[in-house]
Design a protein around this ligand. Sequence first.
Ligand code: GDP
Ligand code: GDP
Length: 441
Amino acid sequence: MHPVIALVGRPNVGKSTLFNYLTRTRDALVADYPGLTRDRQYGRGRIGERNYIVVDTGGLGDDPNGIELGMQQQAMIAVGEADLVVLLVDARAGLTAADEDIATQLRRLGKPVVLAVNKVDGVDSRLATTDFHSLGLGEPYGISAAHGRGVPGLLEQVFAGLPETAADNESALARLQSDPDSVRVAVVGRPNVGKSTLVNRLLGEERVVVFDLPGTTRDSVFIPFEKDGRRYTLIDTAGVRRRSRISEAVEKFSIIKTMQAIDAAQVVVLVLDAHEGVAEQDAHLVGHVLEAGRGLVIAVNKWDGLGQSDRDEVRRLLSVKLGFVDFANIHYISALHGSGVGLLYDSIQQAHASALRDMSTTRLTQILEDAVASHPPPLVRGRRIKLRYAHQGGRNPPLIIIHGNQAEQVPRTYRRYLVNTFRRVLQLEGTPVRLEFRTTE
Ligand code: GDP
Ligand code: GDP
C-alpha cells in the first residue's frame, strides 16, 4: 500500500501550499470531471515511480477550541496512521513555542519525522534553518513550498526514512494481487451509512462460502469468499469482524484506511445513506475512487421506510451531486432487510470485466478513426490536430493511448467526446476510462 505522509505544523507555515504541490497531479483529474471538488486534506501524489498518500492535518497544534472537534480527531488519527510525519516550520517567523510543543508531541509518538523549514525563498537557507536544530528532530531541510524548491529532495529524505511496515504492506498487497481469479471488492463509505451491515449481509447470504482469513494487515481485513462459483476478496474497512460497539463506528472511521482499501481493490462499492442525501465527504470518496482509477458501484442504503417524495429527492440529489460519475451503476438497497443486495454482484462483475478488459490496437484505432471521421478535432493555431492510432496502455482503469500530432493540445471537450465514444462502443461500464495523448510527428 502507498505510504502515508502527514503534514504537521502550526497555522500559516505553508502546509496547504505544500499539500497542493505534492498532489498537483490531481488538478488534471478534477478538471476531467466537472462537478468534482478537490479534497483539500487527503490526496495522492507520485514522484518518479513512487506513489504516496499525503494528509494535511490542518488543525493539529491549533487552539483546540477554535476548530471543529471532528477535524482535530481526524488529524490525530491521521498522524497515528501515518508512516512518516513532515513537521513544517516557517523560516521567516523563526522558531516559536508552538513549534516546540508540536515537536515534543511528535517525539513522544515515536514516529519518524522529517523537519522541513519552509519559505527559504529570498532568505539565506543555511542561516534560516540553523535555529531549528534545537527541536531535536534531526537535520532541518530548507524548502520553498510555494515554488517547489527543495521539495523533490525532501521527498527523497522522506522515502529514505520510511520504516519497514510500508514494505510489509506492499507484500501483503502483492500476495492478494497474485490471485488473478478473485475479484477484489472494497465496501467504503462514511461512518454509519451501513457498511458493516452490508458486509455481513453479503457474507451471510445464501450460497456464500466464506473462507478463513488469510491474515490481516494494519490497514484492512481481507475476507475471501465464493458466490455462485465466482471468487471474491472483500476488503473490509468497517472492521466488521473486530467492532464491538456501535459507538466505535465514528472513532474507527479512517479516511486513510478507506483510501488504502480503494487502492487495494479493483471495484469499490460506495455506500451512501439515503436519509442523509449526498454529503461532501461522499463526493470526496468518489474523487478518491476516480483518482485510483477503480471500478465503482454506488449503493444507496436504508432505502427501506422512505416515502415516494423522499426517494425522488434522493434521486435528484444524486444526479446533481454525483452526475460526474454517470458510468457507475446505482443500486437502491436495504442492507438491513437484504433487498437489492444480491443485484450488487451483477454490477460488481460488470465493473470488474470492464476495468480489466483487453482491447486490441486494431479495434481501438478503428473506433478512433470513426470518431474522428464523424466529428473531427478542432484547429489549434491554424493546424488541425491529427489523431492517428490508439493502443491500450493499461487496465484497471482502462488506459487508452492515442498517437497523433499536436495530440497534447486536444481540448477537454474533445477528450470527453472520445472517452464517451470509447465507453459506448466498447460498453465499458462501471469503470473510469483514461486517455493519454502522445505526439508522434
Ligand atoms: P497552512 O496554514 O500551514 O496551511 O499555510 P498555507 O499553505 O495556507 O500558507 C500560509 C501563507 O504562507 C500563505 O500566504 C502562503 O502563500 C505562504 N507561503 C507558503 N509557502 C511559502 C513559501 O514557500 N514561500 C513564501 N514566501 N510564502 C509561502
Ligand atoms: P457503518 O458504520 O457504515 O459500518 O454502519 P453500520 O452497518 O454499523 O450501520 C449503522 C446503523 O444503520 C445501524 O444502526 C444499522 O442498523 C443501521 N442500518 C444499516 N443498514 C440499514 C438499512 O438498510 N436500513 C435501515 N433502516 N437502517 C440500516
